[in-house]
Design a protein around this ligand. Structure first.
Ligand code: SF4
Length: 345
């Protein structure tokens, strides 16, 4: 089954996925307790892009229960991960709450509220068992949103006769079996197939690119769809970008200033060894912000997904650090791997 194939019950493009009754626990009691404990008068709230519209309602609920003199601020900065804390707001508030992601690094100052999904996952796992999984061994991974169902999924697979392989990954990940868009260390397991349970294709395509030798079965309980990751289109895009950059002379090397996206050593190494490479610092890496730089190609040392997923939108080729080394002839083209991000800050 290819990534683009559709089947009966597939809710993608129907708007139906929105009808799942999503009830998130914003853990307001935990926030109120922290405000009391710290005698706080300023509370900062940060939501990922998909949940920003819920921010004002959460602020309303909090304002109703908090003392009147407590000010609640909502971060308006873009946010795509726990790597992306609004440090400005964090410094100026006594309690800072980051919603929708699991901690990349614990801190007394930050309250992480994971907002687990209440979508049923086992029907999707059953469908994967019936239609795509083979053999006895299977790796199991999911995203932070479905982590609350991880043991349930593992037991279900075991009851169906599978030996389930899981691991925690590295310190960028909080939970066993958790993947991020930039880190699939939890899938370094001894099985030829991996079951990814979660919404969308953002994570599993990265997973399949990082583990090209494994079959990655995507069971999406949000859209009720089962597919097998197919990376061909993405890989072609990567090769095309590298080829275009082979003639480049001037490189803009981006160092991302977001707290969990900085890879200074990698950026510095490039500019130290290439007089035609220029270090550019920025937080949000967007096509508009780079348009005025007169470069032949860019190298992104920040979030790898900007390069792989948004790459075609930039006016010049956007490369990962390894793709840069391939473009300048330091590594062969067939060495190309998915760019992953390890460690925190
Ligand atoms: S670096 Fe990118 S992929 Fe990794 S956690 Fe942050 S936003 Fe997600």
């Amino acid at each position: 089954m290819s990534q683009e194939s559709y089947s009966e019950g597939d809710l993608r493009n129907t708007g139906m996925s929105l009808k799942h009754d999503r009830e998130w626990d914003y853990e307001l009691d935990r926030i109120v307790d922290a405000v009391e404990e710290r005698d706080a008068d300023k509370v900062g709230l940060q939501f990922p892009e998909g949940l920003k519209r819920r921010g004002p309602r959460v602020a309303d609920d909090l304002r109703e229960i908090l003392p009147e003199d407590v000010t609640v601020c909502i971060s308006g900065q873009p946010c795509y991960g726990a790597c992306d804390l609004d440090t400005y707001l964090m410094r100026r508030t006594d309690v800072f709450v980051h919603f929708g992601h699991s901690p990349m690094k614990e801190s007394d100052k930050i309250i992480y509220v994971p907002l687990f999904s209440n979508v049923e996952v086992l029907p999707s796992v059953d469908r994967a068992i019936d239609e795509e999984l083979e053999g006895e061994d299977v790796g199991l991974v999911t995203t932070a949103q479905h982590m609350n169902r991880f043991e349930e999924m593992r037991e279900h697979l075991e009851d169906a006769g599978y030996t389930v392989h899981t691991r925690k990954g590295d310190d960028r990940l909080t939970h066993e079996g958790q993947v991020l868009g930039c880190n699939y260390a939890s899938a370094d397991i001894d099985a030829d197939q991996i079951l990814y349970v979660g919404g969308g294709k953002f994570h599993p395509l990265g997973l399949a690119m990082e583990h090209p030798d494994k079959k990655v079965v995507i069971a999406d309980p949000v859209n009720n769809v089962l597919t097998v990751a197919d990376t061909e289109k993405f890989m072609k895009q990567r090769y095309a970008s590298v080829h275009k950059a082979m003639d480049a002379e001037k490189f803009g090397v981006i160092f991302c200033t977001k707290i969990g996206q900085g890879r200074w050593d990698q950026a510095e190494e490039i500019v130290d060894n290439n007089d035609n490479a220029y270090l550019i610092t920025m937080d949000e890496v967007t096509p508009d912000r780079l348009r005025n730089f007169d470069m032949d190609a860019f190298v992104n040392t920040g979030c790898p997904r900007i390069t792989t997923d948004d790459g075609p939108q930039f006016h010049k080729p956007m490369l990962t650090p390894q793709e840069y080394r391939i473009a300048i002839g330091e590594e062969p083209l067939d060495a190309l791997e998915f760019d992953t991000f390890h460690g925190t800050w």
